[in-house]
Design a protein around this ligand. Structure first.
Ligand SMILES: Cc1cc2nc3c(=O)[nH]c(=O)nc-3n(C[C@H](O)[C@H](O)[C@H](O)COP(=O)(O)OP(=O)(O)OC[C@H]3O[C@@H](n4cnc5c(N)ncnc54)[C@H](O)[C@@H]3O)c2cc1C
Length: 492
C-alpha cells in the first residue's frame, strides 16, 4: 500500500512536495485553512479585478520547470510566462528614472548617462557574480540537517565567494560609486524583508539573477502557478481539502503520527509535512511539550523579516505606467532604518506599485486597471497600532503616489479596494508577527541554523516553505518542497 502523506497548508512549498510525492504514487492529502489555493501566493478577487496576494516577481523559472519535469509535466502546458523587460522602473528623488534591463547595450547607455564612470563596473558585476551564483545555487538544493553538512563540498566551494562578514550594501559598493546605483542593485534585499545594510553579502545573487536571467509574469498572475500545481496534484490522485484547518499535530513517542482538524476529526499518516508559516505552526499546532528547541520564548527571540502594508485597487481607468515601479523614499537609508531598527512608520516610505494589467488583460476589464501597492513596514514586534494608523497611513501612501508619480487623483478612480496591514497578515493570513518574508536571512538563521527540512524535534515530520532551508522567495521555496519530498523518498 502506498504511504500516506499529510501536508498542512496549500502554499507553494506544500504544493511542490505534493506534486512530487503524488507523482511517485504517495497518497497525498493537503489540508488548507483558507478556501483558496496558494497561501501568500494565492489570488484576491474583488469584483471584476484580480490580484496576486503576495509574489509578483517570478525569478529562476527553470526551478519551477524542473519541478514540473520531475512530475512528467511541461510547465508551458499549464502557464503562459511573459518576461518583463525592462525589469522595472526605479524612481529616485529629483533624478531621471532608471530602467534596469537585460539589454546590455541599453544598460550601458543608461549607466553612462545616469551614473557616469560605473559602466565598466556593471560588466565586472555581471562577470564576477556569475561565478558566485554558479557556486551558491548548488548549496540551495541540498538539506543541512546535520552540522557536518556545513562541510558539504558545494558549500566549501562556495565559501570564498560568500563575502562573509560583509553586508549586501558593502559588497555592491565595491563595484559602484554612485549611491542610487548601489541602491538599485541592493534594494532586492527587501524581497527577504531585510535592510541592504544588514543583509549578508551572499545575497548579491538576487540582483545578479534579475539582471542576468530576468523576471517573469504568468498570465493571470503568479497565483496561477499555485493553481497549476494544485491541478497536477489532483491529476495524480492527490486530495486538497479547503476550509479545513489543522488544529493540532499528533506526536507520540517523538514521532509525528497525524493531525487533528478544527472539526475534531483525527487523521493518521506515515509522514506529516508542515507548510504553514513555521513560527505560526509551532506556536499554534505543535503542543509546547513536543518542542524542546523551538519554545515560544526561543521563537520570540529570533530575528524576523519586515512586514508589508498592502493596497489592492480596482480602478475605473487604464493607467499607462510600467509593470513594476519602485518609488524610493527621498532618504532610503532613513526609511530602511525606521523599518528594521526603529520600528516606526516612515513619513516618507518607499513604495512598490505593480500595474500588471498593462500586459495582462485577464486581470481587469480592458478600460480599467488592477493596481497592487506594497509598502515595506516594521513587523508586529513594533508598537504600531494598526487599527489607529491604518487610515492615515493609507492616505499618506496616496499623497506620496500622487506627489511622486503620474498617478494623479488616484483616489477618485477607485472602484474597489482592499487593504492588508501587518496586523491582518498575522490574524487573517497566519503569519507570525506579520513578518511576511518569514525568519530573517541573517547568517545565523541560514543553512544548518535555519529550521531543518527534516524537522529536528521529532521523527516523520518535514518542513517546507519560506521558514525553512533554503529560505523565502518562490525559487527557494520550491527547492524546500523538493528537498523534503526527496528526503521522504529516501533520495538523499
Ligand atoms: C506581499 C508579499 C510579496 C511577495 N513577493 C514575492 C515575489 O515577488 N517573489 C517571490 O519569489 N516571493 C515573494 N514573496 C515571498 C514568498 O514567495 C511567498 O510568501 C510564498 O507564498 C510563501 O510560501 P510558503 O510555501 O512559505 O507558504 P504560504 O504561502 O505562507 O502558505 C502556507 C499555507 O498554510 C496555510 N495554513 C496555515 N495554518 C494552517 C492550519 N492550521 N491548517 C491548515 N492550513 C494552514 C495558510 O493558510 C497558507 O495557505 C512575497 C510574499 C509576500 C507576503
Amino acid at each position: 500500500m502506498s504511504k500516506k502523506i499529510i501536508i498542512v497548508g496549500a502554499g507553494p512549498g506544500g504544493l511542490t512536495s505534493g506534486m512530487l510525492l503524488s507523482h511517485k504514487g504517495y497518497d497525498v492529502h493537503i489540508f488548507e485553512k483558507k478556501n483558496y489555493i496558494g497561501g501568500r501566493n494565492g489570488r484576491i478577487q474583488l469584483g471584476e479585478f484580480s490580484f496576486d496576494i503576495g509574489p509578483t516577481f517570478l525569478m529562476l523559472p527553470e526551478i519551477l520547470e524542473e519541478v514540473f519535469q520531475k512530475s512528467d509535466r511541461k510547465l508551458e502546458d499549464y502557464l503562459d510566462l511573459k518576461e518583463i523587460e525592462p525589469l522595472y522602473r526605479l524612481r529616485f528623488h529629483g533624478k531621471q528614472d532608471f530602467y534596469p534591463s537585460r539589454d546590455k547595450k541599453y544598460m550601458h547607455e543608461q549607466i553612462k548617462s545616469l551614473f557616469p564612470g560605473d559602466e565598466d563596473s556593471y560588466e565586472q558585476f555581471l562577470k564576477k557574480e556569475s561565478i558566485k551564483f554558479n557556486a551558491i545555487i548548488d548549496c540551495l538544493k541540498v538539506p543541512y540537517g546535520k552540522i557536518i553538512n556545513m562541510a558539504r563540498p558545494q558549500l566549501l566551494k562556495a565559501m570564498p565567494s560568500l563575502n562573509l562578514g560583509k553586508s549586501l550594501y558593502d559588497r555592491l559598493s565595491d563595484y559602484f560609486k554612485h549611491e542610487e546605483l548601489r541602491i538599485a542593485m541592493t534594494f532586492q534585499s527587501k524581497y527577504l524583508g531585510m535592510s541592504p545594510w544588514q543583509c549578508p553579502a551572499a545575497f548579491t545573487i538576487l540582483s545578479y539573477i534579475e539582471h542576468s536571467r530576468g523576471i517573469f509574469h504568468p498570465i493571470g498572475g503568479l497565483n496561477k502557478i499555485s493553481e497549476a500545481m494544485g491541478k497536477v496534484i489532483e491529476e495524480n490522485g492527490g486530495k486538497i481539502y479547503f476550509s479545513t484547518a489543522v488544529k493540532e499535530l499528533i506526536v507520540d513517542n517523538k514521532t509525528a503520527k497525524g493531525i487533528v482538524l478544527e472539526n475534531g476529526e483525527t487523521i493518521y499518516a506515515d509522514h506529516v509535512i508542515i507548510n504553514a508559516d513555521f513560527a505560526h505552526a509551532m506556536t499554534n499546532i505543535v503542543k509546547k511539550e513536543h518542542r524542546k528547541k523551538y519554545t515560544d520564548e526561543d521563537l520570540d527571540r529570533r530575528d524576523y523579516s519586515c512586514s508589508t502594508f498592502m493596497l489592492y485597487l480596482g480602478l475605473n481607468k487604464k493607467f499607462d505606467i510600467p509593470h513594476h515601479n519602485i518609488i524610493f523614499a527621498n532618504d532610503y537609508n532613513q526609511n530602511v532604518t525606521e523599518i528594521a531598527e526603529k520600528k516606526i512608520l516612515s513619513k516618507d516610505p518607499s513604495i512598490y506599485i505593480q500595474n500588471p494589467s498593462i500586459i495582462d488583460h485577464t486581470l481587469a476589464p480592458s478600460d480599467k486597471s488592477a493596481l497592487y501597492i506594497l509598502v515595506p513596514v516594521a513587523n508586529n514586534s513594533s508598537n504600531i497600532d494598526w487599527d489607529k494608523e491604518k487610515d492615515d497611513f493609507r492616505n499618506l501612501i496616496f499623497d506620496k503616489i500622487e506627489e511622486k508619480t503620474e498617478l494623479k487623483n488616484l483616489r477618485d478612480n477607485i472602484e474597489v479596494e482592499k487593504i492588508i496591514t501587518p496586523k491582518d497578515w498575522e490574524s487573517e493570513y497566519h503569519v507570525y508577527k506579520g513578518a511576511t518574508f518569514n525568519l530573517s536571512h541573517k547568517l545565523f538563521q541560514m543553512l544548518y541554523f535555519r529550521p531543518h527540512n527534516q524537522f529536528e524535534e521529532f521523527k516523520n515530520c518535514y518542513l517546507v516553505g519560506g521558514g525553512t532551508h533554503p529560505g523565502s522567495g518562490l525559487p527557494t521555496i520550491y527547492e524546500s518542497g523538493r528537498i523534503s519530498a526527496n528526503l521522504i523518498m529516501g533520495l538523499r
